[in-house]
Every structure is written in C-alpha cells, then in structure tokens.
Design a protein around this ligand. Sequence first.
Ligand code: GLC
Length: 482
Amino acid sequence: MKKTIVLVILVVQFAIGGLAQHSVRWNDSLRRPAFKFQRFTDQKWDTTSLAKPGDLKWFQDARFGMFVHLGLSSLKGVELGWGRQTHKFPDIGIGTVPDSVYDNLYKDFKLENFNPSAFVKIAKDAGVKYIVIITKHHDGFHMWNTSCSDYNIIRTPFGKDYLKEFADAVHNAGLKLGFYYSQRDWYHPDYEPIDRATQKTLGTNRETDMLSVPLDQKVNVTEKEKRYIHYMYDCVTELLTQYGKVDVLWFDAAWWGGMFTEEMWDAEGLYNLARHLQPGIIINNRASIPGDFDTPEQYVGDFQNSRPWESCMTLTPPSWGWKPNQKVSSAKDCIYSLASTAGGDGNLLMNVGPRSDGSIEPEQVKVLEEIGEWLRKNGTSIYETRGGIYLPTKNLTSTYRGAKLFLHLLDIKGEKLVLQAIKSRTIIKAYFLINGDAVECKKVGDSYEFKLPKELPDQLDTVLVVEFDKILDGIKPIAPLL
Ligand code: GLC
C-alpha cells in the first residue's frame, strides 16, 4: 500500500514536470513530505555557500520574473528535454521522440522570428523585473556559443549566440538576468551521476526505492562522473564570464528524496565558483545544498518569511516548452498566483514556452499584456512589499510596505469583510487602490468590519489599501479570521 502511494506521488510528480523543494533545517518540526523538503543539519547551514542577505533584496523586491523555456523540443511540440526518448538514470520515464530524431532537431532550429528586444519588451510590459533563460535543459543542447560541446546553437541554421542576443536585450531593458542550467544531461556520454554500485543498492524498483535512500547517503563519484563535473564547471564558467552581469543562477537537479545528492555536482565547489565569478549572484536550491532561495514548482508556496522563495509556474500548465493547442491561463488566474505568492512573501517566476521560430504565441502575449496593465495600476501592492500581515487564504491575501497594508480581495463575496484586528495599530483610512474610493471601516471588538460595494471595482483583483498609524514591520503574521 505504502509503495502504491509513493508510486502515485511520483507519477503525479513527473507528469507535471516535478514538484520541487524547500531547504529546511534538520530539526524542522513540521511533518512534511520528504520529496519536497530537503533537511540539512545546522552545521551544513553554517558552513554552506550562501549569498549575503543584502544580495537577495532586489530579488524579494522584484516579486515577478519570467522563465523562458525555449529549446529544440518546440520543433516537435513536446516537453523540453523530457520529450527525448532517453532519460538517463536516476530520472524515470521515456519521451516520445527517438534520440536519433531529437538529437538532430538542431539542424532545423531556425529561430527565424526571434527578436530579442521585442521579446524582452513583452516581458517588461507584463511587469516582470527579471528574466531566467534556459541555457541548457536536460536534453544537453547548449543555447550558447560554447567550446564545451559541439552540440550547440552555432551549429543550427540560426547560427548565432542566442544567449548573447537575449542577455544583451535583458541588460538593455534594465531588467535582471538569470540563467537556468540543468546539471542533468541525457546527451553527454559522461553523465552518470549515480555509480553502478549505488544503482544496485537502489534495487530494481528504482522509482520507489529512491525515496528510501538514507538522507545522509553519499554516492561514490566515478572517474566518468568526475569528468562530467569538470565539463559542468567549464560550462558554468563560460556562462558567468561571457555575458556580463548575471544576477541569478538556476540549477535544476533537486534532491527529490535522495534522487540527486550534492556529490553528484560537487555542489559547494560549483556554488563557490559561481559566487567568485559573479559576486552578488544568487543561486537556487536545486543542487542538493541549501542555496539562497526555495523553488516550489507549479504551485503557490506556503507562507514563508524566514527565507526567500520563488514559485515557478507556467502560463500553459503543465507545459514548460511549447506544445500545440495548449490552454493558456487567464490573466485573472496569473494575477491570483502573483498576489498569492507575494502574500506568502515569495516571488512568482511565470514561464512562457515560445515556438521554434523564437516568438511567443499571440494568445499568450495578450494575457501578458493584461497582467502588465493590471500591474501598472496595482504594482505598488506587489513590488517592494513583504507578505502578510494576514496569512494568505484561498480568498484573500495581503502584502504590506511601511504603514500600508494591501488586501487583495481575490474571491471575496458579500458586502461585509470581517478581519481580525491588528492589536498594536490603529487604522487611519481605507480605500481602493484602483480608484481611490474610500471604504468604510469600523472596529468592532477585536475585529475590523469593512463595508464593500455590491460589485468590487477591479474584476481581476481588487486591492483594498489600509493605512495604519505606524509601520507594520515586526508584526507577527496573523490569521485573517478570529
Ligand atoms: C522541473 C522539470 C523541468 C523544468 C523545471 C522548471 O525540474 O524537470 O523540465 O524545466 O522543473 O522548474
């Protein structure tokens, strides 16, 4: 029975591209599923490679970024990386496109409508403050002019350094730049992160056995794998020396209940190298060491103000790469996710999967424009805010800056909103952000009662601003209802 449950979790996990994890302390008291939460000892937290807290300020202030999953798979309309038939151990499943076909797709990769400045303008107009670009996905194809491998963008009919053009456009637009680099590489002959002996101890039922690998298990790194680590070091060095300032490095081989471990990537060394090459860079938690921020995937993370986090979600769930006839999320859904992540004190990294010509489908552009339009009017309730003071619920989430609280009325029904009062503060005034209309509020016992109009003024997400007598920093988050 237990095995069946685990298997179901894994199937669901992989079907949606994987759930990802939080880095937590060993003594974390909450009962959490092992595949989502990697536990580290206090000693590890004290000695691991971390960014300086100040280096994460821009990131938390930004709140909204764009992920761009563009790669060879778009020629076949299958998932990026995963669409290739062979997924090397310990990854499971097989893709629908035979390796001999997938690995030759580069010959047709033209990116004939890739216009980096127009692309970045779409992102900027949508209100994002940073862009994270796929430089190499699990399929091993390099989207930059690299001397680490022949399998790269220069050999395509496009023939130019996609990454350079893109990175320059991001810099020119004044946005922050992030590089996604997957340590998994199903194309590279030396990629074999788990040695045969360890594979054996995992048994034949690798999907289920994976979760029973002891938390502190060390894997033996073979000579082959050492060569692979060198190659990875070379790639990361190129990425962090040839494209100007890089603000975020986004790895993608999380721990998954023992599936990947830090020895596989010499993770501490890799992080130190990155910090040396790009002082101030921030790095995510997908290399089996704590990293600088957590990365819940395809869902809005829980409230967490003790450490930065970023939910990555796609505009066309559950796809990362372009596929035909995908359902595009509505602007309302995306704004709901954005307000909910900000309310939980996290970021939203919204993914687009452009077509193989390098352009984003018009239907998706339209949604991005709508998000941008909402943010131009309501951005002050998102950017440079912190999550809280009220803990997020399904219908209501809140952010604050200084003495202003922004209540996002995501799905509030009725004309009366009752919230638990904040004991140490007094309300000065309350009004809708979108039109400045005053909202009546009275304190009844330990509660606030807001009188709302029959119809809220913003169909996408009405923000109610509540101004207090004193700044809100330092108040412990509270539940909205008594
Ligand atoms: C997962 C998927 C990968 C995707 C990434 C984005 O790790 O395997 O395809 O690029 O999530 O977060």
